[in-house]
Design a protein around this ligand. Structure first.
Ligand SMILES: Cc1cc2nc3c(=O)[nH]c(=O)nc-3n(C[C@H](O)[C@H](O)[C@H](O)COP(=O)(O)OP(=O)(O)OC[C@H]3O[C@@H](n4cnc5c(N)ncnc54)[C@H](O)[C@@H]3O)c2cc1C
Length: 596
């Protein structure tokens, strides 16, 4: 059975030495998160993930969820107990506002927990994860009455949340959705329609399930401009605020799927269910985007989490599995063979995973701190800058971290040879579980289009220009620092490639939109390499400073080596992405559809 250990030391290095979390001390909630408190929370959270959630991962996969004739759903053995432990520990409300019963700690702390949980048990983590996303949408857009009725219960974990967008005939193109909302005299609406693929749509973990449902009010315009958001609970809140009368909605089926078997993916039928409008009429997509943006970042974190746990197990196996001899002569002369970790090709895979994981973790924490600034700062300029960067990087995090995260689960499986394909080792489960992250929350092709089509040009390109400026300033500030050259030179080359690709789109995509679509996935990955490279440059700088100050030599030198590997082995791929982008759409689009 695979194992998991939360990377607490690495997280603390990032928070304290690289991202200097103390700089954020003036934001609400940060003064409660002193280095000691942070370290204690992470130790405790890491233990919970490793000892309570990880052992349930295989059970969840084998047992899956069961739907009963009355439409109820039971989760796999142990899931409910683990949920109660998590709830009683106050983990769901960790970073939620104290006004509604949360602990108000920095959002970055919750992001770290999301990584630990995704590594330990992705399917389980989606239950509380979706609740946090639904909380955010209600907190931002619902009226006070709805907030009072739902948010304290959700922050406590007594009630959970879901996100209902997808219908049988539409996933990406939500403008086609048909679910109908009919206004009632009392101000509520009757919701009728079918949603499919609804994660955590029905289960036995909480007393109530709060569905956020996109629907079209009778007479509303066609397309995305006629969509509204509704809160539709499984049980209507009674006079005492508890789960009361059953609402007219039910789980018609749970899907049999490739992975994340422990999470119930439901067909949800709404048969005149009572719901209440959240935010303005016909502005539902805008309101739902609060949840979708949170969820996109969280799904990126899932990609990282899967890559981390797969890597950890691959390292253990590579140290133990004896096959062949090192090219440089035996390393285990008393044994019949050397451990496979001596072979460069096995190292290639391990280093690729490690170099990605450590930079991706830095990236999500960097961006998560920007989200904290956006939500908590009273400095308008700082909020605008944070919002720009968050918007720009959300599709990159979602798309790149899940594409590479999945590829890394395959790399880790490869290290196990044939045993990686066999169920008992757990590696094939990681591959199956990680695959969904590339698809849901907007398939990765859509993330790439969002980046190129919407985020690049927004506000006259303010966000991308700020990014180039920040990276450029870092490179310039270190130009005479020879020790940093192995990091800053490749970073500059990568940033130049990204700039060239951005210019190419500006010159070639307006007149021929297919050029943007044809290059968008390459652009997203090119951007991913540059921003991960920037994270490595920041980490290398912190590691060099740490070494000079007498810090942990083995840990810090490993950082410098891993960063060098990233720059030498992964960063050069920016050139290939740029070359592909600059060929445009011609050969891609030339064949008529019936030639396929
Ligand atoms: C396990 C699981 C859990 C899920 N959980 C939820 C949930 O909780 N709530 C929810 O609402 N939904 C959920 N979904 C649905 C998921 O978000 C959608 O499946 C996803 O967004 C893609 O939509 P689709 O399946 O309709 O594919 P389609 O929209 O039909 O797309 C098919 C392919 O075409 C591509 N494509 C489509 N349009 C374009 C375009 N304009 N340009 C370029 N490429 C395009 C897509 O990228 C994709 O590769 C879940 C799905 C699964 C499998």
């Amino acid at each position: 059975m695979p194992s998991y250990e939360a990377p607490v030391e690495d997280v603390l290095f990032l928070l304290n030495d690289v991202l200097k979390v103390e700089k954020y001390g003036n934001l609400p909630g940060f003064s409660d998160a002193s280095p000691d408190v942070l370290s204690a929370i992470l130790e405790e959270g890491g233990k919970l993930a490793a000892e309570t959630l990880a052992p349930l991962n295989v059970i969840g996969d084998r047992q899956g969820c069961k739907r009963h004739d009355d439409g109820s759903v039971t989760t796999p053995e142990g899931f409910k107990d683990a949920y109660l432990t998590y709830k009683e520990g106050g983990w769901i409300g960790l970073s939620l506002p104290p006004q509604y019963g949360g602990q108000g700690l920095p959002g970055v702390v919750n992001t770290i927990m999301q990584e630990f949980i995704s590594s330990a048990n992705l399917a389980w983590g989606m239950y509380p994860g979706l609740s946090q996303g639904a909380f955010a949408a209600l907190y931002t857009h619902a009226n006070d009455e709805i907030k009072q009725a739902y948010l304290p219960k959700m922050a406590e974990g007594a009630w959970s949340g879901t996100m209902n967008l997808t219908e049988p005939h539409c996933g990406t193109d939500l403008g086609l959705l048909r679910t109908k909302a009919v206004p009632q005299k009392d101000g509520s609406y009757k919701i009728t329609g079918q949603k499919i693929f609804i994660s955590a749509g029905e289960h036995d973990l909480t007393d109530n399930i709060v569905h956020l449902v996109l629907a079209r009010i009778e007479g509303a315009p066609e397309g995305t401009k006629g969509i509204s958001l509704f809160v539709v609970p499984k049980f209507l809140p009674d006079a005492a605020g508890e789960a009361g009368e059953r609402n007219a909605l039910s789980c018609g089926k749970i899907e049999e799927k490739m992975g994340i078997h422990g999470n119930a993916t439901c067909v949800m039928n709404y048969d005149g269910a009572t719901g209440w409008l959240v935010g303005e009429e016909n502005r539902g997509l805008n309101a739902m985007f609060v949840m979708m943006n949170e969820a996109r970042l969280a799904v990126g974190v899932q990609g990282l989490g899967m890559s981390v746990v797969a890597y950890q197990n691959a390292v253990t196996y590579a140290r133990e599995r004896l096959q062949g001899r090192a090219l440089t002569g035996p390393k285990n002369p008393d044994g019949k063979a050397d451990p496979i970790i001596v072979h460069p090709d096995v190292r290639r895979m391990l280093m690729q995973m490690r170099a990605f994981n450590e930079a991706a973790r830095a990236l999500i924490l960097w961006v998560s701190l920007k989200a904290d600034v956006l939500h908590r700062s009273d400095d308008e300029k700082a909020r605008e800058e944070a919002d720009d960067m968050l918007g720009l990087l959300t599709p990159v995090i979602k798309g790149v971290l899940t594409d590479v995260g999945f590829a890394n689960t395959v790399n880790a499986q490869q290290i196990y040879g044939g045993h990686g394909y066999i169920g008992e080792w757990g590696m094939e489960q990681f591959v199956r579980d990680a695959r969904i992250a590339m698809i849901y929350e907007g398939a990765n092709g859509i993330q790439a289009l969002d980046l190129v089509g919407r985020k690049l040009g927004r506000d006259g390109g303010r966000a991308i220009m700020a990014f180039f400026q920040e990276v450029g300033a870092f490179v310039a500030a270190n130009k005479d620092n020879e020790a940093m050259a192995p990091y800053t030179r490749p970073l500059k080359q990568g940033a130049d490639d990204l700039q060239a690709a951005t210019m190419w789109f500006m010159q070639n995509a307006m007149k021929k939109p297919d050029n943007a679509g044809a290059g968008s996935t390459d652009y997203m990955h090119l951007f991913g390499l540059v921003v991960l490279g920037y994270m490595w440059a920041l980490m290398a700088q912190a590691a060099q400073q740490g070494l000079a100050a007498g810090g942990n030599k083995a840990f810090l030198e490993a950082k410098l080596t891993t960063g060098r590997f990233f720059m030498e082995r992964l960063m050069p791929e920016t050139a290939a992405h740029l070359a592909r982008i600059q060929t445009g759409a011609d050969s891609m689009m030339a064949l008529p559809a019936d030639a396929f």
